[in-house]
Each structure stands twice: as C-alpha cells, then as structure tokens.
Design a binder for this molecule. Structure first.
Ligand code: AMP
Length: 186
C-alpha cells in the first residue's frame, strides 16, 4: 500500500494530494481511502493466482474490512507474516534507506551502499524516512497496528519471524514458516 500511495502522490492525482498530508507527517491514511486502493489493486488480473499484501492491513478496522471483502470474492488469507525487530533496529535500518529510481533497488547508505558514484548521485531518500517522522510512524504502529497481533493470533494465521540478521536469513525464515504451515494445513 505504501508503494501505491507514493505512486498516487508522484502522479499528483486528487487522491495523491490528500495522501501526502498524512504520509509526510508519518500518520496513517484514513481507512476508507486505503480500502478503495486495495480493492482496485486486488481486482487486477495478476492477483487471480494469489497476492501478497505488504503494509496492509494496519488497523483492526482494515483487517475486518479485508475479511469481509475476501469473503465476498470467495477468497481467504493463508498466512499473516509478522517480522519482529526492536524500534532501535528499525530506526537504524530506515534512516539510511535510499532507493535507486532507475532500477527500484533499495540500498542502505551504511549497510548496503550504492556500488558506483553514478548510482550514489541519483538515489532518493523517502521524505518520511527521517528520525522525526519515524518516531510518529512507530507511535502509529504501536497504537493502531500492534492490536492486529492478537487479532490474527486468534485465527491461527500468524507467523512470527525473527527480523534480526541479514536479509537472506530473514527471507529463509519466512519461507520456512510459510512452507511448514502450508504442509500442516494439507
Ligand atoms: P510504508 O511504505 O509501508 O512505510 O507506508 C508509508 C506511508 O503510507 C505510511 O506511513 C502511511 O502514511 C501510508 N500507508 C501505507 N499503508 C497504509 C495502510 N495500510 N493504512 C494507512 N496508511 C498507510
């Protein structure tokens, strides 16, 4: 959802102008606006075989809406992946994140710096990837998104993943959790 919202902002659509006020401040965009985006996106043919939502749902109201919407389409979630890391680790990872607008690759200025001077000169840092805005985003997370943990724990779909360590290790943990639980379900 973050990517879709940023695309609307870049394209200066009427919705994009509305979103910008929220994202710049590190606040969540109101649920009804995000619901419309998600429903439009899931309606695209590439979502027919399956889909992965990143950054959605972020509130209990969004999760309840998603349940109802998927039910209407005769679909259901298979897994909910929770990648856990302390706020201090998140701060270190986010302040330093830089995206190459040409390839879309996301670098980290300290942990995974751009490999050439040319790429270093063109990387873009998200406006909300500052310590100040991140503090607000984390507050929003703890207040509005964290209640989703008991919500999904209750359904048996929650897969808790240790988010510490290199990207490859975290990825392997996610794949293992998804494969194990899919096997158990069949
Ligand atoms: P992200 O790229 O996931 O870090 O999201 C960036 C920003 O987009 C957030 O700080 C929110 O302002 C907005 N956003 C993304 N996903 C959602 C969502 N599910 N609900 C509300 N706002 C969202």
């Amino acid at each position: 959802t973050g990517d879709i919202i940023r695309a609307a902002i870049t394209n200066q659509t009427p919705r994009g102008l509305e979103f910008k006020k929220f994202t710049d401040a590190g606040a969540l965009v109101p649920d009804d606006l995000v619901h419309a985006l998600v429903e439009d996106r899931l309606d695209q043919p590439d979502c027919l075989p399956g889909f992965l939502l990143d950054g959605f749902p972020r509130t209990v109201a969004q999760a309840e809406w998603l349940d109802g919407m998927l039910k209407r389409y005769g679909r259901a979630l298979a897994h909910v992946v929770l990648i856990e890391a302390d706020d201090g680790v998140i701060l270190e990872r986010i302040v330093g994140r830089a995206t190459d607008p040409v390839t879309g690759h996301i670098y980290h200025l300290k942990f995974d710096p751009p490999p050439t001077a040319e790429i270093a000169a063109r990387v873009v840092i998200r406006k909300d990837d500052t310590a100040d805005v991140l503090t607000r985003r984390l507050q929003e997370y703890h207040e509005k998104t964290q209640p989703l943990i008991p919500y999904y724990e209750h359904t048996g779909l929650l897969r808790r993943i240790d988010g510490l360590g290199p990207v490859d290790r975290v990825k392997a943990r996610i794949l293992a959790a998804i494969q194990t639980t899919s096997q158990n379900a069949t």
